[in-house]
Design a protein around this ligand. Structure first.
Ligand code: ADP
Ligand code: MG
Length: 683
């Protein structure tokens, strides 16, 4: 091929004939010949084969050339084929098309027609092929691959180039996976699989090919995780924890409630892990309200008992401030020195806190991103807790980790991550799960309601001495329009529906102190209703709040809605959540319906994955960085399981993949993860 096209292909990351064969389709289209008498297919293009009778061409405007041919299509009769083309410098439409339209020429036509009619009368042609062209078989007559095309490279060209590459490469293409694995998992050999995805003869064959390639991707990922895990286990912390109970016992006694069984179990898991010679990297999953903070505090106290420091990182100032007050409550009377560090902390105090941290005069610090700054240094930081960890990126975790030598890391999340995704994304983490709610919690009742009904519920709650949130969506806190709307709504409600109630406003662009002040007043019961933007989405804990009204609920994602709803029903009083919204799309309606049906965060996570796909459901770049081409995490959980257990077994038997039968795998692993190592590297 010419240098121009080669350069365009290089932009798609394709530089060799072999790479072309590995450039997978992004979709497939059923281009089977359309049978007569059934009209235009609903979910596939119209595909006709016929003989040109005559044609005419004319300029239909400065940028449009119209070509119409009468084509005799066996079984269908006479069909009018229409091409709309822009004139271009490279391609003379008049002569280019004309030479295929000589009367008597047999053509394949692929295009669109008018739905509804049983008889096809006209086709708007997207692509056409001469039946006598041997390459036509690549483009029509069955399932046809769709490739991501770029400017200057048509799909037609790509299909032909890939087709040719396959002929050249497949015969000599070896197998990278150990044959024993393939046999056990009943997977196609690599050349067969590639042929199946590029030139499938049926949906079933296509799926077989895709699964083989997906398994390969997932196996490589599993191997990477297993190796990483083994590496971390080699690092030594250089000190040991002893469970002294000098702080833990009075802490438990002073809580005012019994820990749940799940909390006790998870605390034990954490302690066991922390006492191992190598650093802990553990994900604590627990649905909203399951009591993760207390568990984290127990782990932090173990560090303090052993003369070490701990840090607790939260994504928002409101949440950090709230955690600080939780510390004050639960650590009252204990000899533990702790402080709050956020960007809102005055300069003089900040400098004092920094000095004390470095001198070891503080045991614990709670804070926001402000903790990550370069001048924050610790004397002997041993445990870092990251709350709502999905709000932080890999880089921020790394920064925090570097503030101590081989420190233990506890990541907490309430964002329900389906198991499949957790395995793929956090494969080298150990996972603990709080699968039990503190006793006496009634599940939150959720309904899709008109606004008036929701506001009435707020008034009723206030009359009974309870409190309520009314939340407006601001997807992007800097979106001025959204903010203006929320402020205006606050004024409207305050003067109208909530007249006589103590109503306050909190949003992300308020100065830190005002924001925190409004939240503290609400927590202290000084206000009845908090009108808020999603700054209250995560973590906020006010047990007396029982009503949550979510305005324009369709503008939130499922995970966001579940988090918001998690702000209520956190105490002895049952909570009600009102979704006020007129959803415009089916998925939006479905989201609200799911929320009304269940309180189970993990089920919600699974639904989210189905509705939005893994990339968006996570809302992070992390997923993209995994770079799967064939694997689809929303439906390949069985493959992921198989691949992971196979990877673990392989590494157990051959820790460095040095056996000859693993040489192919080893080479692929290096090629795949050499550059991507960072994206799966949490250390
Ligand atoms: P989350 O897991 O969402 O972070 P929190 O740690 O904020 O949940 O806990 C929610 C509420 O439940 C807090 O008010 C906390 O004090 C309380 N809580 C935690 N554990 C228990 C328990 N075992 N019994 C009763 N209340 C508890
Ligand atoms: Mg929390």
């Amino acid at each position: 091929m010419g240098p121009k096209r080669a350069e365009l292909l290089a932009r798609l990351g394709v530089e060799t004939v072999g790479a072309l064969a590995l450039h997978l389709p992004r979709a497939w289209e059923d281009r089977s010949e359309t049978p007569p008498g059934r009209g235009v297919p609903a979910d596939a293009p119209l595909v006709l084969r016929g003989r040109v009778m005559d044609s005419l061409q004319r300029r239909a405007g400065p940028h449009l050339i119209l070509t119409v041919a009468r084509v005799n299509v066996p079984g269908h009769g006479e069909v009018e084929a229409v091409w709309f083309k822009r004139p271009s410098r490279r391609y003379d439409v008049f002569t280019g098309l004309k030479k295929d339209l000589a009367p008597g020429t047999d053509l394949w036509l692929v295009g669109r027609g008018e739905p509804g009619l049983l008889k096809v009368r006209r086709i708007d042609v997207d692509e056409h092929f001469r039946v006598d062209d041997p390459r036509a078989a690549l483009h029509v007559g069955g399932l046809v691959p769709r490739y991501a095309a770029t400017e200057g490279l048509s799909e037609r060209f790509l299909r032909e180039a890939v087709g040719q590459a396959l002929e050249e490469v497949l015969p000599s293409l070896g197998e990278d996976l150990p044959p024993a694995l393939l046999a056990r998992r009943e997977l196609l050999a690599r050349p067969q699989a590639l042929r199946a995805v590029h030139r499938p003869r049926s949906r079933a064959e296509l799926e077989q090919g895709r699964r083989r390639l997906a398994y390969e991707e997932l196996l490589l990922l599993g191997l990477a995780w297993s190796l990483k895990h083994a590496q971390v286990r080699q690092i030594a912390k250089g000190f040991g924890y002893e469970v002294k109970r000098s702080l833990l016992t009075p802490f438990k006694a002073g809580l005012g409630f019994e820990l749940t069984r799940a909390q006790k179990r998870v605390i034990n898991e954490l302690f066991e892990d922390m006492r191992l010679p190598s650093p802990m990297t553990r994900l604590l999953q627990g649905d909203v309200g399951s009591g993760k903070t207390v568990v984290a505090l127990a782990a932090l106290l173990l560090a303090v008992e052993n003369g070490r420091q701990g840090a607790f990182l939260a994504p928002t100032e409101i949440l950090a401030d709230q955690h600080y007050w939780t510390f004050r409550r639960f650590l009252a009377g204990l000899p533990v020195r702790f402080e709050l560090l956020t960007s809102g902390v005055p300069k003089a105090k900040r400098e004092r806190v920094l000095r004390q941290l470095e001198a070891g005069e503080l045991d614990l610090v709670v804070g926001t991103h402000a903790l990550l700054e370069g001048d924050v240094r610790f004397k002997n930081l041993a445990l870092a807790v990251i709350d709502e960890q999905h709000r932080f990126g890999v880089r921020q975790r790394t920064t925090l980790r570097q503030k101590g030598a081989a420190l233990d890391l506890l990541l907490m999340t309430a964002t329900p991550i389906p198991r499949t995704l957790a395995l793929a994304l956090y494969g080298d983490l150990d996972v603990s799960t709080l699968d039990e709610m503190p006793p006496g919690r009634a599940p939150v009742r959720t309904e899709h309601a008109p606004e008036e009904r929701a506001l009435e519920a707020v008034r009723r709650a206030a009359a009974a001495g309870r409190q309520a949130y009314v939340v407006y969506p601001i997807i992007n806190e800097s979106a001025r329009l959204d903010l203006k709307a929320a402020v205006a709504e606050y004024e409207r409600l305050k003067a109208g529906a909530f007249a006589g109630l103590r109503t306050a406003l909190v949003h992300g662009r308020m100065p830190g102190a005002k924001k925190v002040g409004a939240m503290e007043d609400f927590a202290a019961g000084k206000t009845d209703v908090l009108v808020a933007t999603p700054v209250v989405e995560v973590g906020v804990d006010v047990a007396n709040a029982t009503v949550m009204v979510i305005q324009n609920a369709d503008r939130f994602g499922l995970a966001g809605l579940h988090q918001l709803r998690g702000r209520i029903g956190r105490g002895e009083h049952a909570g009600s959540c009102y979704l006020v919204s007129e959803p415009r799309t089916d998925t939006a309606r479905r989201r609200l319906q799911v929320l009304c049906e269940t309180n189970d965060g993990f089920r919600i996570g699974e639904e989210d994955l189905k509705l939005r796909g893994p990339g968006e459901a996570l809302g992070t770049a992390q997923h993209g960085e995994l770079g799967f081409e064939a694997a689809d995490l929303s439906r390949d959980s069985d493959l992921l399981d198989a691949a992971r257990s196979d990877a673990e077994a392989l590494i157990r038997e051959d820790p460095d993949l040095n056996l000859p039968e693993n040489a192919g795998l080893r080479a692929r692993l290096v090629a795949t993860y050499r550059d991507k190592w960072k994206s799966i590297d949490l250390a």
